[in-house]
Design a protein around this ligand. Structure first.
Ligand code: ZN
Ligand code: MN
Length: 488
């Protein structure tokens, strides 16, 4: 038993709702939280004779996302019907893409600890329609809300390149950043905009032999936490099952499991259906899509620097910590704000501190982003420069940033108004320091004789200068003067 080692193998399927104005194949508006069945029409209700029309914006956004995932874009892609017999999709089929997806193969770079990245291969990316929602909330019957039915859904399938629950989570978080940067999805987990289905198994080495456990697919996870924990749970469960039964992967013993969020366990749902169970066939109501070069070029022009690239660049170019770089690049508006301030000549580290230590907290408290606070990059850049120049202290900088949000005034005006400008006049500070030295001979002696309390005495004298200047002395200048007079 002691020679047993194992490796976790995970491939991930992700469904991302695209934030188009209307549904995938009809003109119904996409809007969350409306009265049940108020956003439906003959097409998404699946009424006989209703004909679907492809939403061009959805296809463009799906192709853009696929491009960001380094996917090859198909020159010919088509729509297929996938058999689906549940009340939340009343046509009895889902329009999807089977053998000719719009994108793939490709890859995604995910950030790992210590500023490293890992490349995970993408098998395919295709577009389909979402189902409605079955509601089991009242007594002896169920209800269905079809507002969501027909929402454009981008399905992304990775190769089984992920080897830990943390990596699986990192990929999910990275994908959320990417689709948000591109503006193709709000990717709000609370609203079910992203759903995950990890396929998990183990490769076990024991006594020079290799064993593979049967693959389990965990369905429909809608939080990063559930995703990470379900993978960790599956790894433990499969190892236990192997040790107990010796069961290994055979043809067709893949299973589907659900996640019990309360007990944090996966529960067997069914043994796996095969692709032929879905009875895919080409949809006769929709024409295939053959993207032209000019159209693809137009879509490609919307690509931007990806968040993971920015994160790495912030560490290398600005010398920020990996942690700070991650915080600043978490969303595009913050990263853009930061870079604009730096472009205006402010120190990256100062701007970073102002934003990560205070700005983002103020934004979060007000359920907003930095721009929503009324801040602009020029104002924050000016503030950072004032700190850098010693005009104000770093802590006064925080006071002023808060006041900028509250009053909308400029930082230099606030520094005057709030009396926060540091005294940096060397002559004046020297005069005050001389007075303090004359009044505190005991402390001076302590320092000049190098006594045990020299450090403490130094602090005391600094404090006296601060008191005489009402906290406005530039501490660096005072410390320099003190060293010059009494030796360091
Ligand atoms: Zn409709
Ligand atoms: Mn799907």
């Amino acid at each position: 038993m002691s020679d047993l080692t194992y490796k976790i193998i995970v491939g991930l399927e992700i469904h991302v709702q695209l934030n188009t104005r209307t549904k995938m194949f009809c003109g119904c508006a996409l809007s969350f939280g409306e009265e049940a069945n108020s956003r439906v029409c003959p097409v998404c209700l699946g009424l006989p004779g209703a004909l679907p029309v492809m939403n061009e914006q959805a296809v463009e956004n799906a192709i853009l996302a696929a491009m960001a995932l380094n996917c090859e874009i198909a020159s010919f892609t088509k729509w297929d019907r996938k058999g689906y017999y549940y009340p939340d999709l009343p046509k009895n089929y889902q329009i999807s893409q089977y053998d000719l997806p719009l994108g793939g193969p490709g890859y995604i770079e995910i950030p790992l600890d210590g500023g490293k990245t890992k490349r995970v291969r993408i098998r395919r990316a295709h577009l389909e329609e979402d189902a409605g929602k079955n509601l089991h909330t009242s007594g002896y019957h169920s209800q269905v809300d079809l507002n969501r039915a027909g929402t454009p859904l981008l399905e992304i399938v990775t190769e089984p390149d992920l080897n830990s629950p943390e990596q699986v989570r990192a990929l999910a978080v990275e994908l959320q950043r990417i689709v948000r940067y591109l503006g193709v999805s709000e990717a709000d987990m609370q609203k079910g905009h992203m759903r995950f289905e990890p396929n998990v198994n183990l490769v076990i080495e024991r006594g020079g032999q290799q064993f593979k456990t049967p693959i389990a697919e965990v369905k429909n996870l809608n939080s990063f936490r559930a995703l990470e924990r379900s993978v960790a749970y599956e790894a433990r469960r499969q190892l236990d099952d192997f040790l107990e039964t010796g069961r290994t992967m055979q043809m067709g013993n893949k299973s589907t499991r659900g996640w019990d969020d309360v007990n944090e366990v996966t529960v067997l749902q069914r043994e796996k259906e095969e692709a032929h169970d879905y009875r895919y066939f080409p949809d006769p109501d929709l024409v295939p899509v053959t993207p032209s070069e000019p159209w693809l070029a137009k879509i490609r022009s919307r690509l931007c620097e990806l968040p993971v690239q920015r994160e790495v660049r912030y560490v290398q170019e600005y010398g920020l910590s990996a942690y700070d770089a991650g915080v600043l690049t978490a969303d595009r508006s913050t990263a853009d704000f930061f870079e604009e301030a730096v472009k205006l000549g402010a120190s990256a580290k100062r701007v970073c501190n102002l934003l990560t230590q205070l700005g983002l907290k103020l934004a979060k408290d007000r359920n907003s982003d930095l721009a929503g606070l009324g801040l602009d990059p020029a104002g924050v850049a000016d503030l950072a420069k004032m700190i850098e120049a010693g005009t104000i202290s770093a802590s006064a900088g925080n006071t002023i940033l808060t006041a900028m949000v509250e009053t909308g005034k400029k930082p230099d005006a606030l520094a005057e108004e709030l009396n926060l400008i540091q005294k940096s006049d060397v002559g004046e500070l020297e005069r005050i320091l001389d007075q303090v030295l004359a009044e505190n001979e005991a402390s001076v002696t302590e320092i000049t004789t190098g006594g045990k309390k020299a450090q403490k005495a130094r602090g005391y004298l600094m404090g006296q200068v601060m008191q005489k200047t009402k906290g406005q002395a530039n501490p660096k200048i005072v410390a320099d003067l003190l060293s010059k007079k009494l030796g360091s």
